[in-house]
Design a protein around this ligand. Structure first.
Ligand code: SME
Length: 159
């Protein structure tokens, strides 16, 4: 379990959902997404870079992000990269080793693993949460559950 030391724990995930509500406060739309990425990046050590992309036509557009550096991938065609794949499939993608995934579009040299969680509104993908981890295999099924709950929260205050 050595590699999992920094991974999210179940009790922590429950507490984080409560604290996320407090961090978002009464904000909605872009302001709520800014608060969410900032909160996730600063509260979970394994979440090295956190972004939210919005679906705009055939592309994903970077809307909000928090982390040590900006990414060059501010527009990703749906279907391209791990992000575009998750948006097209409408399913959470976990990549435990980005160096072994041919879909992967590199943003940061330090990234070793990634999770992408679609955000749905009325059955359609309207955006997604993209998180890069600096450790291999940084994301578990608990991160999936937790982030899918965060995605539902984001959808509920989308605009
Ligand atoms: N790695 C992503 C691109 C976005 S950056 O991680 C911020 C991908 O493969 O789609």
């Amino acid at each position: 379990m050595k590699a999992s030391l920094n991974r999210l724990a179940r009790e922590q995930a429950r507490e984080l959902l409560v604290k996320l509500d407090a961090a978002v406060g009464g904000s909605r739309g872009k302001a709520s997404r800014d608060a969410m990425v900032k909160f996730l990046n600063s509260s979970v050590p394994s979440y090295s870079w956190v972004g939210i992309y919005l679906v705009e036509g055939k592309d994903l557009i970077l809307d909000a992000w928090a982390g040590p550096a900006a990414t060059e991938h501010t527009r990703i065609p749906i279907g391209k990269g791990v992000c575009g794949f998750a948006a097209k499939a409408g399913k959470t993608e976990i990549v435990s080793d980005v160096s072994k995934d041919p879909r992967y579009l590199q943003c940061f040299l330090s990234t070793r693993s990634e999770i992408v969680v679609p955000i749905f509104s009325q059955g359609s993908v309207v955006g997604e949460i993209d998180i890069d981890g600096d450790q291999l295999d940084a994301f578990s099924s608990l991160d999936r559950e937790f982030l899918e709950a965060v995605a539902r929260k984001a959808a509920s205050i989308w605009s």
